[in-house]
Design a protein around this ligand. Structure first.
Ligand code: DGP
Length: 117
């Protein structure tokens, strides 16, 4: 059983922890990453708690589409649609997931290397 009471991102969604929120709707919240790795670094999270991709059940896939759409809209709003940006999910320990609440990173505003470290 996930501890959604103490999950950092759940607490940000509930506005119990301060953060710079760029968007909040019925399904999704987007806010600046506390530890940005690029001039633009926004986290896009579902308001409902899912630990990782594996917690999404059949029929809940549309949430991912909404998150991607939100990422694209924010990239446009923040002026990196044309220059380029990444939408990344770190899923699991080897990928570097440190917060167990499903999220996309929207990263942009500088040239991004490939492959990632
Ligand atoms: P990941 O390592 O992929 O699970 O990404 C988690 C991100 O969450 C990481 O880049 C730092 C960010 N983060 C952790 N705690 C907080 C917080 O309290 N506020 C904000 N705004 N971001 C946080």
């Amino acid at each position: 059983m996930e501890d959604i009471e103490n999950c950092i991102f759940c607490r940000i969604v509930r506005r119990e922890i301060d953060s710079k929120v760029l968007l909040h709707d019925d399904h999704i919240t987007a806010f600046d990453d506390i530890n940005p790795v690029a001039p633009i670094h926004v986290l896009i999270v579902p308001n409902r708690h899912f630990g990782s991709l594996g917690d999404l059940q059949k029929g809940e896939e549309s949430l991912l589409g909404m998150m991607v759409q939100t990422g694209y809209r924010l990239a446009k709003q923040l002026g990196v649609e044309k220059s380029g940006f990444r939408l990344v999910i770190n899923n699991g320990p080897e990928a570097g997931q440190s917060v167990d609440h499903l999220h996309f990173h929207l990263i942009g505003g500088r040239r991004l290397g490939w492959p990632p470290g």
